[in-house]
Design a binder for this molecule. Structure first.
Ligand code: UDP
Length: 417
């Protein structure tokens, strides 16, 4: 904040998921981290941020200020909707949600300057708030339905597509995480080019920074000389964890000596979600606790240690709108082997900070893993480059870029009045 920019009051809308939710299971991942970290960054600068989200636990408290100065999470109870609910049910409850936000702001009382809405489910609410409060709204989709469903080869749910089209039309500005997302917004949703601003998510470069492997491995009871590969993320088919297991099975045949030293850590997923992956590991005779370690979902605070323990982080995703995990791995000074899709195509520089691989090619993944593990100097240089490349994404810089957009938008609205 400088002398020209008074503190802003911002309402973030995230109907279906809370920044305080447990990460790495069900639908909680990058977007939750984005909201949490951005709100903290802006809060530290003296702005006020309220993040409105659905309250799945009726006994839970409405206002949670545990995120630190300047930011609060407001959990809104929806009548008839206790417990985690489907996206369809939450969409049906959109009027009730918008009414809850308005009631909160009237009761407390607070006048927001701007609404920042996340994911398609929040757009309707944001538009309503814009109408009633006469303030602008900015949208970030995080994933676009048409992209996700194209990749998964499923038909598009029409409600989501219709909503995304409408939000694209009505939002005062749209934040795209990558140039690829901007192109998708332009071509698939006919978005006005002038509305779209490319601002990627950030990473906490003090929290995620290069750390020595040895203490981390000791903590995780891994042999110090092991070759450690790491996967972090929600367990869903598009993340292609199965390809990592298939690659390991190929390495066993190609280079048995390397295979004996290999350890794959899988972070994320509840027992139900991990069921099919465990079955595949058994079918491929990859022994648990020997080759494959299922660490389950880890609190974000424990992730620096997981990255520190790894020689490389593997992301063979079919699609990734951004890929915070890749960014955290780079900031931790670890090379990333990832498919060249969505945000991963921009985050990783092939041969410089990691390797790009084609989707669904476990043989090529195996080859790249072997190459990296057998060229220690190259791997170390890549790790060094990786940490440097992540500096561009510090939350401080991302916060500056977003605030500049917020402020430009607010002054243009004032001028038009
Ligand atoms: N994450 C975590 N604990 C876990 C699994 C994941 O803290 O057990 C975090 C991870 O550090 C990253 C986010 O969840 O910040 C996942 O974001 P990404 O963009 O990679 O994937 P998404 O969930 O958005 O598909």
């Amino acid at each position: 904040m400088n002398e020209f920019s008074p503190p802003l009051k911002l309402a973030f809308i995230s109907v279906h998921t809370s920044p305080l939710a447990q990460l790495g299971v069900q639908k909680s991942g990058g977007m939750n981290v984005y909201l949490h970290e951005l709100a903290r960054e802006l809060g530290r600068r003296g702005h006020h941020i309220d993040i409105f989200t659905h309250r799945p636990d009726p006994a839970g408290r409405e206002v949670d200020g545990s995120m630190g100065a300047g930011s609060r999470v407001i959990h809104l109870a929806l009548k008839g909707l206790p417990g985690p609910r489907s996206q369809e049910e939450l969409f049906e409850a959109r009027q009730q949600f918008a009414a809850g936000v308005i009631r909160f702001a009237t009761r407390n009382p607070i006048r927001y300057d701007l609404v920042y809405s996340h994911y398609w489910l929040s757009g309707w609410v944001a538009e309503k708030l814009k109408e009633i409060w006469q303030i602008p709204f900015i949208q970030m989709f995080h994933t676009l339905g048409q992209m996700k469903h194209r990749i998964a080869n499923r038909s598009f749910p029409s409600t989501r597509t219709r909503e995304e089209l409408r939000i694209t039309e009505r939002a005062d500005a749209i934040i795209a995480a990558t140039p690829a997302e901007r192109a998708q917004l332009r071509w698939l949703y006919r978005a006005n080019r002038r509305k779209i601003h490319i601002v990627p998510p950030g990473v906490d470069t003090d929290f995620f920074q290069p750390r020595p492997a040895e203490p981390a491995r000791r903590h995780l009871a891994l042999p110090p000389q092991a070759k450690v590969l790491l996967f972090v993320g929600r367990i869903e088919p598009l993340k292609a964890v199965d390809d990592i297991l298939k690659a390991l099975a190929q390495i066993r045949v190609l280079r048995p000596a390397v295979f004996r030293e290999l350890r794959l850590l899988i972070v994320g997923g509840n027992p139900h979600e991990l069921g099919p992956i465990r079955q595949l590991a058994t079918r491929l005779a990859l022994r648990e606790k020997d080759t494959v370690h299922f660490l389950g979902p880890l609190p974000h605070s424990e992730l620096p240690r997981a990255y520190a323990a790894a020689d490389a982080v593997i992301m063979p995703s079919d699609y990734e709108s951004f890929g915070m995990v890749a960014l955290e791995a780079l900031a931790s000074g670890r090379p990333v082997i990832a498919t060249q899709v969505g945000g991963l195509a921009h985050l990783i520089e092939d041969g410089h900070t990691g390797y790009h691989i084609p989707t669904r090619e476990p043989g090529i993944l195996a080859d790249r893993i072997l190459h990296l593990l057998s060229h220690e100097k190259t791997a170390a240089a890549m790790g060094h480059n990786a940490a440097i490349s992540a500096q561009r994404y510090s939350w401080q810089r991302i916060g500056d870029e977003l605030l500049a957009i917020f402020q430009r938008l607010l002054s243009s609205v004032q001028r038009d009045r």
